[in-house]
Design a protein around this ligand. Structure first.
Ligand SMILES: Nc1ncnc2c1ncn2[C@@H]1O[C@H](COP(=O)(O)OP(=O)(O)OP(=O)(O)O)[C@@H](O)[C@H]1O
Ligand SMILES: [Mg+2]
Length: 248
């Protein structure tokens, strides 16, 4: 499907990014990005270094200056809302650099995420339990300093925190970077299961092959514009676009 054909939001969109224009100072980085994510869908956002993937995710989170377009979750436009308020839409964010505060245990990381989630107190405990159900390997490490865990375990904590805040939608930026291939595959499969459980997942991923295997739909960014998009099954059948847009 061409980028232009994607302009109308499909029915049932959880997230709708429409014609977003984002800037760093005077630099006009996103020049009309549009994409959608539905509940239960894993959508991959691909593109070369500097294409604007992180800026897209940061725009959704209110972390960069958006000066045009719309970002809607469940139909409500939230462009211009501060990052703290984005949590009220049930959006969880795994940033590009996994930030573990030194000295905080895994349990404390999860508790802080629950406190920031805007969930009613009674539901905060259950949200932490669900994150542990997704990552049972963290259970024996709950009282360890999260900053001293392995890279793969730290990413589990980062995604776990996002799951606690993100009851509806996860934005995941380069979560497999620096991980051994088998650990990266495990994380990918876990995110697929999370989507199968009903959440929308927007996955920024350098490993395009893996992303294509996992995703339902794919968007390719280049220089702040969606240059290609479509159904992952169709894109897998004819991967010539990869050479064109990703230099693979
Ligand atoms: N804080 C910033 N200030 C100014 N320009 C920035 C800033 N962050 C990113 N840029 C620029 O914006 C453009 C898009 O960057 P972005 O980080 O969104 O790319 P990306 O697709 O995530 O790349 P990568 O694959 O390397 O993570 C690039 O030209 C980059 O140099
Ligand atoms: Mg990036």
């Amino acid at each position: 499907m061409s980028a232009a054909a994607e302009s109308a939001a499909p029915a049932g969109s959880l997230l709708e990014v429409q014609d977003v224009q984002a800037y760093y100072g005077l630099a006009h980085v996103l020049q009309g990005v549009s994409l959608t994510v539905r509940p239960g869908e894993l959508v991959a956002l691909l593109g070369r270094n500097g294409a604007g993937k992180t800026t897209t995710v940061k725009s959704i989170m209110g972390l960069v200056s958006v000066r045009g377009g719309h970002i809607r979750c469940a139909g409500r436009d939230f462009v211009g809302l501060p990052t703290e308020s984005v949590a009220q839409f049930g959006i969880g964010y795994v940033p590009e650099d996994r930030r573990m505060f030194p000295g905080l245990t895994v349990r404390e990381n999860f508790r802080l995420a629950a406190l920031g989630s805007r969930l009613p107190k009674a539901e905060q405990q259950a949200a932490q339990r669900r994150a542990l159900d997704v990552f049972p390997l963290l259970e024996p490490h709950l009282d360890r300093d999260a900053s001293r865990l392995s890279g793969g375990q730290q990413q589990m904590v980062a995604v776990g925190r996002a799951l606690i805040c993100g009851q509806k939608l996860l934005l995941v930026d380069e979560v497999t970077q620096g991980l051994a291939p088998n650990i990266a595959s495990d994380m990918g499969r876990t995110l697929r299961r999370v989507a199968d459980g009903g959440l929308g997942v927007l996955l920024v991923e350098q490993n395009s092959q893996m992303a294509l295997e996992l995703a339902d739909r794919v968007y390719v960014l280049d220089q702040g514009v969606v240059v290609h998009s479509g159904d992952a099954r169709e894109l897998r059948a004819d991967p010539t676009w990869m050479e064109q847009y990703l230099q693979l």
